[in-house]
Design a binder for this molecule. Structure first.
Ligand SMILES: [Zn+2]
Length: 164
């Protein structure tokens, strides 16, 4: 399967990495065994298996077992579920929106101070406990406006919500 949609590719890349994308792109329309897939891609069998199970967990692939009548060995035949890609993306977007919502509340409910050397950012209580001095480099901590951060998060939520 060729992953043409850039958004699908980006999602896959995040889920299974670059090698994983290569594996997905080598899965034919019909079934294939993990061993054959490893041969085709030159990627080691463990990575192929890990990738396939990750896809399976996200309902992007299915497998069926077949027993070799002679040897009794089990073979796993894998197949992609390309129809589930949009669904998977949707639930990923929902998950991100939930996280961003939490972050937004945190940003709105707190006052922030940051190290003038850029080490870290602290909420008011932490900054006050540290006497407004950076615990890492002893530079002063200064009040930090976060309306830009809030704006950015709001924009991200809006964008993600529109594709859910
Ligand atoms: Zn510092």
């Amino acid at each position: 399967m060729l992953v043409e949609e850039p958004i699908h590719k980006a999602y896959l890349n995040k889920l299974v990495g670059e090698e994983g994308v290569r594996i997905v792109e080598n899965i034919p329309a019909d079934e294939i065994t993990d061993e054959h897939l490893a041969e085709l891609t030159g990627i080691n069998l463990n990575t192929v298996r890990r990738t396939l199970y990750l896809l399976y967990e996200h309902r992007l692939a299915i497998y069926r077992r077949k027993r070799d009548p002679d040897s009794g060995w089990l073979t796993y035949l894998w197949q992609l579920c390309p129809g589930n890609f949009d669904k998977a993306l949707e639930s990923e977007a929902k998950r991100l929106v939930r996280k961003l919502d939490e972050r937004l509340v945190y940003e709105r409910d707190n006052i922030f101070y940051a190290c003038t050397e850029g080490c870290a950012r602290f909420v008011f209580d932490e900054a006050s406990e540290a006497n407004f001095t950076c615990p890492f480099c002893q530079s002063p901590l200064e009040y930090m406006e976060n309306s830009k951060v809030v704006e950015t998060i709001e924009k991200q939520i809006k964008e993600l919500s529109s594709c859910v």
